[in-house]
Design a protein around this ligand. Structure first.
Ligand code: GSH
Length: 201
């Protein structure tokens, strides 16, 4: 399997960490989105949306969308990352939808604009801060009741949500306001075998 991704992208790291946790072999192909490498003719042939992550399977089939890729990897390899019970599985998928729809679309977007595009707070849509903080508050509330997003074990929603939560300060969010989320980040990083975030270029 080939994973086309960027190490500055939480969406891509979600896929990498899932593959690593499952012990899957893959070739990582670094794509520099800041240089437009996901928009070249060659890349658009692979994936017309021009975005990463994507995976290319042994037989040449391409899969897009970080959460869809995570679900595919979890569905095709033995693991405890996705519940088998239909209700619990639907809950897990619901968290992945929420991650994309509410969390990533505020926290990751504000982080990209502030940290990489160097936009000032005045230039940023104020709704991004409000919406992102509402997501962090919801996670704080959830994690006060259970040690992981869904109970007592790491599952796909933890991997998906930790990616942009651990770097939320780059988007101007104050994680100190969410101590339970901070402890959860440390725990999930340890589970994934990754070092605490030390900042990106
Ligand atoms: N919903 C998609 C979002 C993909 C996405 O936004 N990718 C960004 C990097 S995080 C990208 O490729 N940006 C470069 C571009 O749009 O040209 C997913 O989860 O895979």
């Amino acid at each position: 399997m080939k994973i086309y991704g960027s190490t500055i992208s939480g969406n891509c790291l979600k896929v990498k960490w899932t593959a690593d946790l499952l012990g899957l072999p893959y070739e990582w192909i670094e794509v520099d989105i800041l240089k437009g490498e996901s928009r070249t003719e060659a890349f658009l042939q692979l994936s017309p949306a021009g975005q990463i992550p994507i995976i290319v399977l042994e037989d040449g089939r391409v899969l897009e969308q970080s959460c869809a890729i995570m679900l595919y990897l979890a569905a095709t390899h033995p693991n405890d990352l996705l519940p088998s019970d239909p209700y619990e599985k639907a809950k897990a998928v619901g968290w992945l939808f929420w991650e994309q729809n509410a969390h990533e679309s505020s926290i990751a977007v504000r982080r990209f604009r502030k940290h990489f595009m160097k936009m000032s707070d005045a230039e940023l849509d104020p709704a991004l801060l409000t919406k992102g903080n509402a997501c962090l508050a919801l996670m704080e509330n959830t994690l006060e009741k259970s040690s992981y997003i869904m109970g007592h074990n790491i599952s796909l929603p933890d991997i998906a949500l930790v990616a942009y939560t651990r770097i939320a300060d780059e988007g101007g969010y104050d994680l100190a306001q969410y101590p339970t989320v901070q402890s959860w980040i440390t725990k999930v990083e340890a589970d994934l075998g990754i070092a605490p975030y030390a900042g990106s270029q």
